[in-house]
Structure formats: C-alpha cells, structure tokens
Design a protein around this ligand. Structure first.
Ligand code: ZN
Ligand code: FE
Length: 255
C-alpha cells in the first residue's frame, strides 16, 4: 500500500507558516522556512520527529529567524544567489536544480519578484509546492526587489505545475487578499464561495493554507490576468498580461 507523505502546517509569529513534510516509510522530515523555532520544535517533539533538511525560500527575517534554534543536525538549503544574505547554507541551490532530500526529489523553481533570490520548492511525491512570499493564497508577495515582469514569470512557472498540487504559502493572508480579489473580480462565483469558506476556517481557528493550485487558478486575480472581467474592472481590456499584473499589484499595495 503506498504511504503518502504528510504535510503539517505550523502557525508561527503573527501570521507566518512553516511546513513539515514527513515520509512515513523512512521517517525523513523536511522543514520549509523557519519563522521561529519554538512552535516548530514543539510540533516535532509532539510527533517524535527529527529534522533532516531545512529549505529556505528567501532571506527575510520572518522566514529564517528560527534557524539558529533548529539547524543542529539538519542540513540548511537555500538559494546560491542569496547565500551572502542568508544564514550559512549547507547546500546552495539554483533554479532548475533537483535535489535529493531523503526519499524526496525536490525541484527548485526560480521565484523572483518579492526578492530577487526567492525560490520555491516543488516536492512531487508530496503533491505540494512551497512558495514562501511568491504565489500566495489569493494573492502574491509585494514587489520589494523584482519587477512585475519577474513576478509574472514566477507565477507562470508555478501555474504550470499539476493543478492538484497543494500550494503551501508563507503567510495567513487569505481574508485580506479575498477582499481585494472580490473588489476586482466581484462576479466570480468560485471566489465568492472561497471567501466564505476562508472566513469559516478562520472563525474556527484553522489555517486557510494549503490550497489546491486548481482553486488558485480559478480565484486568484494575480493568476487570472487574461480574464476579461478583471481586465474590464481595471480598464485594461487590451493590455499585455504583465501590465495587468503590475496594475493589480499597485492597487493591492494601496488597498
Ligand atoms: Zn518575505
Ligand atoms: Fe514573509
């Protein structure tokens, strides 16, 4: 009987998420991002798991601050392009690399836009992609370093993954993102249903991530820059997709 890897979502800090991926057969455990050590250590202890690999999406403090308390005995993996501003890496990776983390073949996907060195990690055996602050639930990260064109390319790469892939993003931003999405795409039935469900999840104290890529494709305006209704709402009916993305991001920044 095939045994499916488990994905555990761990709330950290005010609104961050870290994720554990556990292979039941080998006991191998991978952590994606380290916002703070205590809740991650507590989760590991409660399950009797030990970290083998730590994958870092980008250098911002709210994704790496927990590393000093977690890295003993584990391998820390991050982008070679950002090695100078990440905590010390045991393995520096580049977009396009596939690395072995125990039984997992982890695909490194370039995800610039929020930061220039940002990467996402796709673990096909877990059916999941870990997107940090690039593709987010009903949104995308702010453009602190890259351009709208960088983010458009990033989102296109992530959107091309199998639609059943679970998108594990780095923050609980769904409700705020839903308010903006509904402002530019008010007649989207799938979006309205998702916003209602997200509110119920938050009311119950549950995370709204991960979410299937197929659902993001139907509801996230930043993945829907070809949509005629969104384009009409922005007054950009005939603009190139990257111009639509740039306008969405600028409006979201002011929203
Ligand atoms: Zn960030
Ligand atoms: Fe962040």
């Amino acid at each position: 009987m095939p045994r499916t890897p488990e994905i555990v979502t761990i709330p950290c800090r005010a609104d961050n998420y870290a994720f554990l991926v556990h292979d039941p057969a080998s006991g191998h455990v991978v952590l994606i991002d380290a916002p703070e050590a205590a809740p991650i250590t507590a989760e590991l202890d409660a399950r009797g798991w030990r970290l083998a690999d730590i994958l870092v999406t980008h250098h911002h403090d709210d994704h790496v601050a927990g590393l000093p308390g977690l890295r003993a005995g584990a391998r820390v993996i991050g982008a070679a392009a950002d090695a100078h501003r990440l905590p010390p890496l045991d393995l520096a990776v580049r977009p396009g690399d596939t690395i072995a983390c125990g039984p997992f073949g982890v695909q490194v996907i370039g995800a610039p836009g929020h930061t220039l060195g940002h990467v996402a990690y796709h673990i096909p055996q877990a059916g999941a992609v870990f997107t940090g602050d690039s593709l987010m639930s009903l949104g995308c990260g702010r453009l602190f370093e890259g351009t709208a064109a960088d983010m458009a390319d990033t989102l296109a790469r992530l959107a091309a993954l199998p639609p059943e892939t679970l998108v594990c993003s780095g923050h609980e931003y769904t409700l705020g993102n839903a308010r903006f999405a509904l402002d530019v795409d008010p007649d989207n039935v799938a979006l309205k249903a998702r916003a209602v469900r997200a509110q119920a999840q938050r009311d119950a104290g549950a995370p709204t991530v991960p979410v299937a890529l197929s659902e993001e494709l139907a509801t996230n305006p930043f993945l829907r820059t070809d949509d005629a209704r969104i384009r009409a709402a922005l007054g950009l009916a005939d603009a190139p997709p990257v111009a639509v993305l740039a306008e969405l991001r600028a409006r979201k920044d002011r929203f």
